[in-house]
Design a protein around this ligand. Sequence first.
Ligand code: C2O
Ligand code: CU
Length: 497
Amino acid sequence: MISRRGLLAGTAALGAGAALGAVAAPALARMASGAAAADGLAPDAPTRRLSLFAGEMDAPLLGPGKPLTKRFCAYNGTPLMSWRAPQGTRLLVDFENRLPSATTVHWHGIRTQNAFDGVAPLTQKATPAGGTFHYEVPLLDAGFYFIHPHCDETGQVGRGLAGLLIVDDPKETAVFDLEHVVVVKDWRLGEDGQWLAPMSTDDGASTAGTFGTVRATNASTTPARVEAPAHGDVRVRLLVADSTRIIDFGSDAKDMALIACDGHALPPVHFDDLPDGVWRMGPAMRVDAHLRMPGPGEEAKLYDYRSAEPYLLATFVGVEAGQKAARPFRPQALRPCAAPQADLAHARTFDFTVQTAAGPTTLAPPLPDDDPLAKALVSSFCVGAKTFWAINRTSWAAGDDLRLPPPLARLNDGESCVFSMFNATKHAHPMHLHGHVFKVLSSNRKPKLPHFYGDTVLVEPNETVEIAFRAARGDWVFHCHILEHMDTGMMGWLEIA
Ligand code: C2O
Ligand code: CU
């Protein structure tokens, strides 16, 4: 049994909506006044202890009556474990690695101190099998975060190692009748329910990625069917936790609005006003959407419209219990993101090109998985043994070189920066910057792109996307979140001193 001692409200995402909805409203965070500690919270900010372990288990991924999948990876024995806590809390995390291989914990999107960012070998050594690590995670910003390892991600996240953290804003005034979480994540399984080897193929890693064979939402092959008050207001939180898949998120409902990206508010945009009525999302991207329910007995469905046939993500059914009066749709605006922002008048601009790797693309000869060097790359360097991609002609751990590449840029703490990112490849790349919340300023190909804050932004072929942020001290990685792309070179780091 899982130890619940001092644990945050934990819920399984298998049936995420119901379980999450049942979580008691979090206590208001007491934002103490006075000087901040190094992590930005007050020294006496409220704390929560979290005992966290990564381990393997058997999981019913193919559904009832089908063989269990062995060696599924999960936190605390629960597929897609989810937690929630109030903004202003400091999480004290005692992590234990019960996996048979090294791992780390990365708090995707959260502005932690650099030492707790979980990036091996840059910010910590990978925690070996049986090892422990202590993380302190300040919840400075309300939002919707993604917990995952930053070591052999293709293998570990591919086999399920992922969690969710919802950080509630105690001052939030938007009110919803229901909240429902959708996690989009496929599995690469054979018909016997067991993992297909290899998890990554060279053809996939060097193109759009190796796709799963079984589509799933909330670790189920059957999309959720959720009852909600007719004409009521539903807050949908959607995370693409897949290693590879890019979706076009939308709904057949008359009224739905985008209200947050990566957990940070934007002025609401009705889906009718988005290009093609959808929001394109790559791996690690999150959104909050405000869905207005139709009348009693009527349904509203969420879809991925990028698939050849629209793929159903969830169905909401209007019920009489708690029914609201029919009324015009006014999307709810969340409170704006308070993360430090760039001063554009004084920002330095950096140009980045994401591209295919120029140099030798693989170790010669290609190493079998059990070769000692291949193992060393995976367990100490946390990457695969091949290189297909680069940023500004630099690949992470190129070839047989067990050294970090030089930083992509050296920035000053507190400095305002603009990153202009050009995609010179034939594939889309969700680019993620650690340790910061950036503002998306522009895209040369999407003139109507709304401005939004986030930590991950999709850059499509031939597109240049500009983002701005205020640099925070530390060594932070900057990479594509298609996990095979980052594992094969599309990752670099910034040195901010
Ligand atoms: Cu979601 Cu480098 O991480
Ligand atoms: Cu990519």
